[in-house]
Write a protein that binds this ligand. Structure first.
Ligand code: UD1
Length: 427
């Protein structure tokens, strides 16, 4: 058996400037939204990562033609004539479920494989279903597939979400834009990617207001009035936050460009609280640090709270800070697998339910470790940069799902990191 791994030599260097790619979590939904128009949608600033390839496969199996030129994707939906998404693709990437809303909007029916469990918790879709049912969708589960029908058409409704779920807000939004009449989504997710999606839907001819706040209002328009458009994906705040965490960890000046600092307000506040200096411009952020990292408290919450997708990267900072930190995970159950791997590098972390007590240590030691999800994988590579000796990160397919050319970008910042094929048993 051979496996590609990332090998990091702890050279304590990470400095300079790096560009954030387009946001994975936006681009995936923008691709799904293209299904609502009959024509060729052009999406710019789309990251080159494997999750985007999988979403391309999902669209192709519905009949779309998907082509890429650099960071621009063209999605031609003229021949989309299927409404079924197979388990082979949904099981590879849970975000495939975001075609549910657009398929219902376009065809009035959809057949989407039920997503299975996921390593970061049960990740149910009950809120997607309850919201869509309020718009008139009927669901039944048959042989592992979720079958949606709309016997009386899609009709606008007032929906209050139990929790501001990102995926549920997006699916509802994409069905509501072609529902008859007025829809209100209350307790909607406020992530910047939701506003990005709403902006694209409006460019297609939809009438959405309030996206980015907790109340989104949609005035339904006829499906035929939506048209293909050209749209540029917003910058990836999680990728940007990962590099900034790296800068804070190493302590040399690091600038990320191509990102709106407003997307990362809470994370930047935590960097400051931990002893870093943060400077921002229109679309760039610089982090510097002249004194030791200080312990802090972090609680993940829906946006604008601290993002769960930066939890591992900041737990790493806490592990190397002076004093004891507490990290609380409120968004996903079971998202502390990273702690076990980081402990193998010498971190001192005790988990109690959804809290982690992180006692800062003087230094980390290089070790073989494995990515448990994409954010954990990215954080383990950063840990290797400040660890003594060599770190080998296994299961890097997780990192490739969400980080475009992670190793190349780290190399451009001076890190001693490379990809290598290894023979032998996998972790
Ligand atoms: C999206 C992001 C993911 C990020 C997460 C939270 C994508 C592709 N993924 O995931 O990177 O970590 O937002 O910011 O955009 N829940 C339910 N029932 C539902 C829906 C969700 O119980 O119907 C629960 C989930 O199990 C989870 C929590 O709500 O515990 C948050 O989920 P949600 O906001 O929906 O995240 P995703 O859209 O799956």
């Amino acid at each position: 058996m051979s496996e590609e791994v990332i090998i990091v030599r702890g050279n304590n260097t990470l400095t300079g400037e790096v560009n954030a790619s387009g946001a994975k979590n936006s681009a995936l939904k923008l691709m799904a939204a293209a299904l609502l128009a009959n024509g060729t949608t052009k999406l710019h600033n789309v990251p080159v990562i494997s999750d985007i390839t999988i979403m391309g496969e999902v669209l192709k199996c519905l009949g779309a033609r998907v082509t890429r030129e650099g960071h621009t994707l063209s999605i031609d939906t003229v021949n989309v004539d299927k409404h079924e998404t197979p388990y082979e693709l949904v099981s590879k990437m849970r975000a495939s479920i975001s075609v549910l809303g657009p398929l219902i909007g376009r065809f009035g029916v959809a057949r989407v494989a039920m997503p299975g469990g996921c390593q970061i918790g049960a990740r149910k879709i009950d809120m997607h279903l309850v919201g869509l049912e309020a718009l008139g969708v009927h669901f039944r589960v048959q042989h592992g597939f979720l079958e949606a029908t709309t016997p009386n058409g899609l009709v606008g409704a007032h929906v209050v979400l139990d929790f501001p779920s990102v995926g549920a807000t997006e699916n509802l939004l994409m069905a509501a834009v072609v529902s008859e009449g007025h829809t209100v989504i209350e307790n909607a997710a406020r992530e910047p990617e939701i506003a990005d999606l709403a902006n694209m839907l409006n460019s297609m001819g939809a009438r959405v207001t309030g996206a980015g706040s907790s109340i989104i209002e949609i005035e339904g328009v006829p499906l035929e009035s939506l048209h293909a458009c050209e749209h540029t994906t917003v910058g990836d705040r999680i990728e940007a936050g990962t590099f900034l965490a790296g800068g804070a960890l190493v302590g040399q000046p690091l600038t990320v460009r191509g990102i709106d600092p407003g997307f990362l307000r809470m994370a930047l506040m935590k960097l400051t609280a931990m002893g870093c200096e943060v400077e921002t411009g229109d679309d760039w952020i610089t982090v510097r640090r002249y004194r030791p990292l200080q312990a802090t408290e972090i609680q993940t919450l829906p946006h604008p709270g601290f993002p769960t997708d930066l939890q591992a990267q900041f737990m790493l900072l806490c592990a190397c800070a002076q004093g004891n930190s507490v990290v609380t995970e409120n968004v996903f159950e079971n998202r502390f697998m990273f702690a076990a791997e980081l402990s193998r590098m010498g971190a001192d972390i005790t988990i109690d339910d959804h809290h982690a007590l992180v006692r800062g240590v003087d230094h980390l030691q290089g070790a073989p470790v494995k990515s448990t999800d994409l954010r954990a994988g990215a954080a383990l590579v950063l840990a290797g940069i400040v660890a003594e000796g060599e770190t080998k990160v296994y299961r890097i397919e997780h990192i490739d799902r969400g980080y475009e050319d992670y190793v190349g970008k780290l190399q451009s910042l001076g890190a001693d990191v490379r990809r290598e094929m290894l023979d032998g048993p996998s972790l």
